[in-house]
Design a binder for this molecule. Structure first.
Ligand code: ATP
Length: 367
């Protein structure tokens, strides 16, 4: 089931009339989520991702715009009638009910022609329990489960009504690092097996990149960029997106363009013959964009080396760097002398992005 968001807008009125200042939580969001795909809604706290999810769920009414599930306009439909499954960060299970009873609740609430027999309900409950691999735990209470298991129960409960769309709001936030990894792979598997169109909200870029077919990066209610995770990483449209994606994060420098060359401080690091002179630009260089090269044009003060097995993380400094240190990731085959005061780099063109010094929008050059 494809989901279409058309000029979706949500404005929260100001609580304090005198102080004014309504909040535009989501601003004119248009996007088509293809059938059967998993979309990651991504952005820092307050960017409007949960509000977007709640509008898709029907828990919040848009101030403007429309939502379609397939060809159905669901904008005015109540949450119960949308055919969605919702999973929250805090699981929201009934503590006094067993796992089985928790999963059965949505089916027991079905009315009229949708009503199921007891036998049918149990079959469905066991089917989803097997899918999320909790069928051995059906007689336990939520308090007797680990966080990861509780989240699986919540997912089973969301799936048992065979929703048209599955909505996940920071579902992994309450789990420890190892369980997060495991559960996110589980969610991916379940989503692939069921083929249910899924929207996944997170502020964790790594999480979103690793499981999403497409990501939507938001900032202050405005969509910054949409696309496949790798495409967005390789081709950020502005400085915000470039900085938001990637671990370690992108290195940002103050730069300038003079006579067809890109300068970081006094060092001409790249030929950009098609670009006009500019006093102030931001230059983003991905950690993997640095090549150790004794004759390279970018000379940095070497601070330390962190060996990571296959790769080495090099920490260095440069006067034009905006961050206190530059982190580059280079192949461990590079024999770097840790006692050397400096390290020289040449740069991989396709790992270097130039942004306007004021608007922070990308300035493109031939790669
Ligand atoms: P987080 O990751 O912290 O949950 P988010 O990206 O999900 O953040 P939203 O919860 O969608 O962000 O909030 C977007 C903006 O709308 C924020 O500025 C928030 O303060 C505001 N907001 C959200 N809900 C309400 C509300 N009920 N009344 C007024 N303002 C609200």
């Amino acid at each position: 089931m494809k989901v279409v968001l058309q000029n979706l807008t949500k404005i929260f009125p100001s609580r304090n009339k005198k102080a004014g200042g309504e909040v535009v939580a989501v601003n004119d969001f248009t996007f088509e989520i293809p059938d059967g795909k998993l979309i990651g809604l991504l952005g820092p706290s307050g960017c409007g991702k949960s509000t977007t999810l709640y509008m898709i769920s029907g828990l919040q009414k848009p101030t403007g715009g429309k939502i379609f599930f397939g060809d159905d306009d669901v904008t005015e439909l109540s949450t119960e009638n949308r055919g969605i499954g919702l999973v929250f960060q805090n699981y929201a299970l009934y503590p006094h009910l067993t796992v089985k009873q928790n999963i059965l609740v949505p089916l027991q609430n079905l009315k009229g022609e949708n009503k199921l027999s007891k036998q049918e309900m149990l079959e469905r409950a066991y089917e989803v329990a097997r899918l999320v691999q909790i069928d051995e735990l059906m007689d336990r209470k939520p308090g007797e489960l680990s966080g990861g298991q509780q989240q699986r129960v919540a997912i089973a409960r969301a799936l048992v009504k065979m929703p048209r769309v599955l909505l996940l709001d920071e579902p992994l936030s309450n789990l420890d690092a190892r369980l997060r990894l495991q559960t996110r792979e589980e969610i991916r598997r379940i989503q692939r097996e069921t083929g249910i169109t899924t929207v996944f909200v997170t502020h964790d870029q790594e999480e979103a990149m690793s499981i999403s077919d497409m990501i939507v990066v938001m900032k202050l209610g405005v969509v910054q960029q949409t696309g496949k995770p790798q495409e967005v990483y390789d081709n950020p449209t502005n400085l915000f997106v470039a900085k938001f994606l990637g671990t370690p994060p992108i290195n940002v420098f103050n730069g300038s363009i003079k006579g067809g060359k890109l300068f970081l401080g006094d060092s001409a690091v790249l030929d950009v013959p098609e670009l006009e002179d500019r006093e102030n630009v931001y230059v983003g260089i991905r950690p993997e964009g640095f090549v150790v090269d004794p004759n390279g044009p970018l000379s940095c003060d070497l601070s330390s080396l962190e060996v990571m097995g296959r790769d080495v993380s090099v920490v260095s400094r440069h006067a034009a760097s905006i961050n206190p240190v530059i982190r580059s990731i280079v192949d461990a085959d590079n024999k770097i002398d840790p006692t050397s005061p400096t390290i020289n780099y040449s740069l991989k063109r396709h790992k270097v992005f130039i942004f306007d010094g004021e608007t922070e929008e990308r300035i493109y050059f031939e790669v």
